[in-house]
Each structure stands twice: as C-alpha cells, then as structure tokens.
Design a protein around this ligand. Structure first.
Ligand code: UT7
Length: 332
C-alpha cells in the first residue's frame, strides 16, 4: 500500500490570552472548577483575524518547515467548522493567499475529528491519483465566535487557532478508522442563517425545532454530559480499530495525540485502554479546545521538541460534532 509521511508542520494562535480568572468576571465560575473539571488554564482568543488568515499563517509555516514551495502542493485540504464565508471554501482562500497555483482545494467539515479525516483523505488521493503527491492540510478554527458567553458550561472550554501539516507520498504504513453517528447530530450544533425569502411563508421552519430544539441563534449548543460519555468510549474504540488494521495494539504506540476537549476525557480513555496517561500528549492547559486545530498543533509542538523519532508508532484520535470520531496510526 502506498503510504504517507508528515514532512512539515505549522501553527498559529492569536495574541490575546484569556485565563480562567477572566471568565469569573462574566459568568459564575471559578479557576478551581475549570481546572478540575477540564484541565484548562488559558486559551487564545481571536482578535478578529479570520479563519483563512490563521490557516494561511499556519500553512505557510508548515510549507517552510517541510522545505516545499507552493508549486509542490497538489491538493489543499482545509478542516474547519468556522469558515469565514458560506462560499468560497476557506481552502480556496488559503490556496490563493499562499500562491499555490497548480492544486485543487477542498473544505472538510468534520468538527474536532477534521484533521484525522483530512489525513485519511490525503492518503487516499495520494494512493490512487498519480498527480497527487503532496498535500497541505490547514486546520483553522475561530470557535469562540460560536460561543455564548452567558453559558458557563461551554464558554470556558474553547479557544481559537490553527494547525497545519504537509503530507507526502512515502513508503510508510498509515492506517485509519473513521466513523460517524449521525443520530447524535443534536448533541453539538450551531445554526446557520435560516432559509426563507420575501416570496415564501417559512411555514416549514418548524423542521428546525424538530431535531434541534435548543437553538440559540447561531451560538453553539452542547449536551456536555452525553458528549463526554460518547468520547470516553469512542476514542478507545477508534484507536483499537485503527491499530487492528495496522496489525498491532494501542499498547504498541509510542505516543498518542488525542483531541484536546477535556483532560478527564483523555484520562478515562487511557484507563479504558489500560494505557498510562504518559503515552498521551496534552496541551489543553494552554489552549483549551480548538476543534480540528488541536491535533495538528500538538503534532507541531511534539516535532519542535524533537519528541518524535523515525520509526515511532504514532496514534491520532479525534471526536466531535456530528457525532464523528476517528483514529489514524502511522510510523513517523
Ligand atoms: O470538542 C467537542 C466535544 N466536546 C466535548 O468533548 C465536551 C464534553 N463534555 C465535557 O467536557 C464536560 O461534560 C463539561 C466540561 C462540558 C462539563 O463537565 P461535567 O463534569 O460534565 O459537569 P456537568 O455538566 O455535570 O455540571 C456539573 C455542575 C452543574 O451544576 P449543578 O447542576 O450540579 O449545580 C453545572 O451547572 O457544574 C456546573 N457548571 C459549572 N460550574 C462552574 C457547569 N459549568 C460550570 C462552570 N463553572 N464553568
């Protein structure tokens, strides 16, 4: 099987940093509650910079880091739930800003599992298309624009930023397991503009309420406890299934990079897998949950710290709105 290798990574986070104490000024919360229940201490918040800008900055860094030029990129994949425009795709904007001329570009909306989905897609294109050899993945998220800052159960969790990676064809094993449970679509959602115009009566708008009764304009709704239970069972399941395909067990992985939604979710997933927490890379304390940007930012930090050695077995695992989940395992 034709495999892939990650040859460069990049990241971008906005300048403004919000500490737990800052949230105590706007909602009834405490540093103690946030730290104990989530593991988060600070997060970066967009100073107004759009998602495409964060994606382009992270993408440029990843290309420099990989030593590739815009002409080397055949495909741009952008994972985000917070694009700046309904159309065009954020991937198209990033492609243009980076001067990538001989490529096609696609947006992927798979929430916090977006980067794992994008890696899978990159591998499939590389494996089956002779004209796709190098792929740029950018994962920019402006999640805080969806956050209701009167809702203490969600506003403290999220931050903004972007991660990116350059992927190329290689003789290296890569296996993934992706799954979606659409019946859980009502567990995390944020509504876009409703349909209707001057000529219609909008009487079918009740369909919105049928499935998504908690809608609060465009702000994000999350059934925290249910997502928590979903995550603690589906993260281990995804890793196990991806490892099965690769012919080893999660215990054989040298390092696991999980989606950074909640320290306790990762702790429970590690326990359910019978693995020490030390195998899992964590930076949630500094960034909070940045949806699909979390995993590539972790990857960039690990590479910067020289913590990934050639031949290391790496596991990535994500889950989120959809509900979606998925894991990828590969040799570094
Ligand atoms: O990346 C997308 C996927 N999202 C996730 O993975 C999130 C998954 N869910 C979670 O991480 C957790 O469910 C939360 C962090 C959202 C909530 O933690 P929890 O331990 O499940 O708390 P809870 O919802 O059961 O609430 C416990 C109490 C409640 O008070 P009462 O009803 O017991 O009096 C909440 O009102 O904690 C209260 N609470 C807070 N208190 C202080 C909720 N948020 C806060 C807060 N500060 N920020």
């Amino acid at each position: 099987m034709k495999g892939i290798k990650i040859i460069g990574t990049g990241m971008y986070v906005p300048e403004t940093v919000a500490a737990n104490e800052d949230y105590m000024k706007i909602v009834d919360t405490s540093d103690e509650w946030i730290t104990q229940r989530t593991g988060i201490k600070t997060r970066h918040l967009s100073d107004g910079e759009p998602s495409w800008y964060m994606g382009a900055e992270a993408g440029r860094m990843a290309m420099e880091n990989a030593g590739v030029s815009p002409d080397d990129i055949d495909l741009v994949l952008c994972t985000s739930v917070t694009g700046d425009y309904y159309t065009p795709a954020t991937a198209n904007i990033v492609q243009g800003k980076l001067g990538i001329e001989h490529a096609f570009s696609i947006d992927i909306n798979c929430a916090c599992a977006g980067f794992v989905y994008a890696l899978d897609m990159a591998r499939r294109y590389i494996a089956t298309e002779d004209d796709v050899n190098t792929v740029l993945i950018v994962s920019p998220e402006n999640i805080t624009k969806l956050v209701d800052y009167t809702d203490r159960s969600t506003c403290v969790l999220f931050g903004d930023g972007a991660g990116a990676a350059v992927i190329t064809a290689a003789d290296a094993p890569f296996y993934s397991y992706l799954m979606a449970n659409g019946y859980g679509a009502d567990k995390i959602y944020a509504q876009s503009i409703r349909p209707g115009n001057a000529f219609t009566n909008r009487e079918k708008a009740e369909r919105f309420q049928e499935l998504f009764p908690q809608g609060n304009e465009h702000y994000m709704y999350m059934a925290g406890n249910e997502v928590y239970k979903f995550a603690t069972t589906k993260m281990p399941e995804a890793l196990q299934k991806a490892c099965e395909k690769a012919g080893f067990t999660p215990g054989d992985l040298d390092i696991i990079i999980p989606h950074q939604a909640n320290y306790r979710i990762i702790q429970t997933a590690a326990k359910n897998l019978g693995l020490p927490l030390e195998k899992f890379y964590l930076n949630i304390e500094r960034y909070g949950n940045i949806s699909s940007a979390c995993i590539p930012i972790c990857l960039h930090e690990l590479r910067g710290q020289n913590r990934l050695k050639p031949g290391d077995k790496v596991g990535l695992v994500g889950f989120g709105a959809g509900l979606v989940f998925g894991a990828a395992v590969f040799e570094y």
